[in-house]
Design a protein around this ligand. Structure first.
Ligand SMILES: *Cc1c(COP(=O)(O)O)cnc(C)c1O
Length: 431
């Protein structure tokens, strides 16, 4: 019914208004650039493309193929990967493609435990389990908020997994890939790196460089620190042709049919923009995350790993057990227009995922809005007024709105470009 359609528009409009006045700090989110966003309403959305460029199951892909080839080329360049597959439609989908190609019942896989920050797709109750496998989890060092090097080395040598997976959604520090290299070689396992969170930092040259550190296949989401559309990517320097084929067929027909061409075009533009602005952006993200950690620490908030500068990525983990727990506090923050998520801490039971003792914060979107280190001190103060002072969220909200008013532009991307309806003549049909 028409009223229902109007109702939906109203809700989205309200959402826009709210987010314009809020501080977005969910570590897995970002804002797409104006040029990339325009492509999301293009006619690419209305089409199908199965297979790969030049080898399609449908006609009508002449220009789609040009875009896909360009996206592959940009991704190969940016990540130094011989094989770049830009078809996965999310990070989880890219992970499923790897599991389809390299995994399967009877195969052994090692991974980070969910309460130590791993993503559900690497868990028994997620994609790994769906492929008929159960991960063996690495020993973890809570003090360092990283996997335990010696324990993991020993475990890989003993277990001799088929696949060793590294990836986390609370990803402050790089896993010790170099130190584990001889264990990988001894086991002969595929080394797989899930870079969902840190993809943009890796592309900017500001985190570790997994494909140069013994990793053979890397997956990721393209909308977290890489500020592109909601989508995924698979990158590999395969050990041999057989591995490459397994990954290629793992993506299609393994886990995909059509691959959402409008977001593929948006991804290509985002990769081009990241080539130009990615380094500067990644640097500022990390500076801001460290500055926010410091600001909170100075205000007596328990940010993990103060002895290591809090983080080497965009993410901070905060222990708020004593202040009332993650759930209560992120709800209060939301009332004050600060958007963050509650998060499991290593000592939490996985079954308590709804009432964990931590909060996870990301600096990547605040950075994209043009904020620098000095602004992080102000953000830290807003958070402290909720977390420590238990101040009325309405009062904090008023100050948040005023502060955010100065940050309405999107940075680290091309500014020029026509609005979509001037750029794309096909939109006339909607007049
Ligand atoms: C976010 C994330 C993913 C995939 O998320 P999508 O929402 O499917 O893109 C995969 N692995 C890790 C470690 C993540 O943090």
């Amino acid at each position: 019914m028409r009223e229902d359609a109007d109702f939906i528009y109203e809700q989205v409009e309200k959402h826009h208004e709210w987010f314009k006045k809020s501080l977005p700090m969910i570590a897995s989110e970002n804002i797409i650039s104006p040029m990339a966003r325009e492509l999301l309403i293009s006619d690419f959305h209305d089409r199908y493309a199965e297979g790969s460029p030049g080898d399609r199951y449908y006609q009508g892909n002449i220009f789609v193929d040009e875009v896909e080839l360009k996206a592959q080329e940009l991704a190969s360049d940016l990540f130094g990967a011989e094989y770049a597959d830009v078809r996965p439609i999310s990070g989880t989908n890219a992970n499923q493609a790897v599991l389809m190609g390299l995994g399967g019942p009877g195969k052994k896989i090692t991974a980070v435990d969910v309460s130590d920050g791993a993503h559900i797709s690497s868990a028994k109750f997620g994609s790994v389990g769906f492929r008929g496998m159960e991960p063996i989890t690495y020993p973890f060092n809570v003090e360092e908020m990283n996997i335990d090097v010696e324990g993991t080395k020993k475990m890989i040598k003993e277990e001799k997994p088929d696949i060793a997976l590294f990836g986390r959604s609370v990803y402050m520090f790089p896993p010790p890939l170099e130190e584990l290299r001889d264990a990988f070689e001894e086991a002969g396992c595929y080394v797989w790196y899930d870079a969902a969170h840190v993809l943009g930092l890796i592309a900017g040259g500001e985190f570790q460089d997994p494909l140069r550190e013994g990793v053979e296949v890397m997956t990721g989401s393209t909308h977290k620190t890489l500020p592109g559309p909601q989508r995924g990517i698979l990158l590999s320097n395969p050990r041999d042709e057989e591995m490459k084929q397994k990954l290629f067929y793992g993506v299609f027909p393994g886990v995909l049919s059509n691959h959402h061409l409008h977001t593929m075009a948006a991804l290509a533009v985002s990769l081009a923009e990241h080539q130009e602005f990615g380094k500067e952006y990644a640097k500022q993200i990390i500076k801001n995350a460290k500055a926010l950690g410091q600001a909170l620490h100075e205000r007596d908030i328990d940010v993990m790993c103060s002895h290591k500068g809090f983080t080497e990525s965009h993410t901070l983990a905060i222990d708020v057990q004593e202040e009332g727990g993650g759930e209560t506090l992120v709800e209060a923050m939301e009332e004050a227009n600060m958007i963050a998520n509650k998060n499991l801490m290593p000592w939490d039971d996985v079954n308590s995922a709804k009432e964990p003792s931590g909060i996870r914060l990301g600096a990547q979107e605040l950075t994209r809005l043009g904020m620098k280190e000095s602004h992080m001190d102000e953000v830290g103060e807003f958070i402290k007024r909720i977390v420590k002072d238990d101040e009325d969220p309405e009062k904090v909200k008023a100050d948040v709105i005023e502060f955010r008013n100065d940050f309405q532009e999107i940075h680290y991307c091309y500014k020029e470009g026509l609005p979509a309806h001037e750029r794309f003549s096909f939109l006339d049909k909607y007049d």
